[in-house]
Design a protein around this ligand. Structure first.
Ligand code: IPM
Ligand code: MG
Length: 352
């Protein structure tokens, strides 16, 4: 197969981890006789430095014209806590998600047997954990207007806004995904406080009638945060709004042993985008210590999305092998030898 892949490394550790995913994709292409044609493009602080726009039109065009997008991370401390910054790198990520119509972010929790004793949770609690968070990605408080400051600077406001349509399409995706799995859907909201959450619950309840085969559970987000740690095995598919999903998936990553392991797929109306759930980890940038596995596993989701199932499985197996063999970066090394970002990527590519 010939596939065009847009590469958006972004900021911080982004370029390093995307480079390792490319090594692995190249190994897959070689083994299976595919051709992956990569087109790099700038996003985030890298794009602001270049042209003042964190998601320029040229990048958008490259994404739209590709079969899939592989994205690294966004964020740069130069812009954090800097009230005078007019544009922020994160705006590029939000603009990218919005303009590519990527309304659903699918975050599977991946467990590796060889890491069961590395998790801060006891083995018996996490053995066999297998769930997917379906996070709404282009609405809610991330995008709601008005947002800003009062003239005197002493009041700030964000708005959480959802339309019925926006909720319907993401909740439906949750139901459909549950159907392909263990047929259990947890709808996470804060319906005891928020009007948007009450609309979520209303939409989900109406839709549940169309899915009599699915067991639906409604859970407040604070309770979900607790249950994730207390009985993570109870979850199958979780569907939630943008910010709750952001927070709960960082929390969930701890179960797997490292935030550096969790991949994601963002899908919607146009081209799909694949990205690790972690951020740009600026303190580690350029040091060769970042874990490339979340991005490599995102590349596995990417090839699977393009119909290459065996290729995706090969990548997952190679990552498992690296973990089992202890070819891991410092976040997973726990006293053992820590390998560099590039060494881990090279090893995984060699296992393909
Ligand atoms: C994520 C990140 C982003 C988000 C940030 C960088 C804007 O935390 O993808 O989870 O909040 O969506
Ligand atoms: Mg996040």
């Amino acid at each position: 197969m010939l596939k065009n892949i847009a590469l958006l490394p972004g900021d911080g550790i982004g370029p390093e981890i995307v480079a390792e995913a490319v090594k692995v994709l190249d190994a897959v292409a070689k083994k299976y006789g595919h051709t992956f044609h990569y087109t790099p493009a700038k996003v985030g602080a890298a794009a602001i430095d270049d042209c003042g726009d964190p998601y320029p039109e040229s990048t958008h065009k490259i994404c739209r014209d590709s079969d899939a997008v592989l994205f690294g991370a966004i964020g740069d401390p130069r812009f954090d806590n800097n009230p005078s910054a007019k544009v922020r790198p994160e705006q590029g990520l939000l603009k990218m998600r919005k303009s590519l119509g990527l309304f659903a972010n699918i975050r599977p929790l991946i467990m590796f047997d060889s890491l069961l004793d590395r998790s801060p949770l006891r083995r018996e609690r996490i053995e066999g954990v297998d769930f997917v968070c379906v996070r709404e990605l282009t609405g809610g408080i991330y995008f709601g207007r008005p947002q800003g400051r009062s003239e005197d600077g002493n009041t700030a406001y964000d708005s959480c806004v959802y339309t019925r349509n926006e909720i319907e399409r993401i909740v439906r995706l949750g139901f459909e995904m549950a159907r392909t799995r263990r047929k259990h859907l947890t709808v996470v909201d804060k319906a005891n406080v928020l009007a948007t959450s009450r609309l979520w619950r209303e939409v989900a309840k109406n839709m549940a009638a169309e899915y009599p085969d699915i067991t639906v559970e409604y859970m407040f987000v604070d309770n979900a945060a607790m249950q994730l740690i207390q009985r993570p095995k109870a979850f199958d598919v979780m569907v939630t709004e943008n910010m709750f999903g952001d927070i709960l998936t960082d929390e969930a990553s701890v179960i797997s042993g490292s935030l550096g392991l969790l991949p994601s797929a963002s899908v919607g109306s146009e081209v799909a985008l694949f990205e690790p759930i972690h951020g740009s980890y600026p303190q580690a940038a350029g040091k060769g210590i970042a874990n490339p596995m979340a991005t490599i596993l995102s590349a596995a989701m990417l090839v699977e999305h393009l119909g290459m199932q065996q290729e995706g499985q090969d990548i997952r197996n190679a990552v498992s092998q690296a973990i089992a063999e202890g070819i891991v970066t410092e976040d997973l090394a726990e006293g053992g030898k820590a390998y560099s970002t590039a060494e881990v990527g090279t090893y995984i590519a060699s296992r393909i």
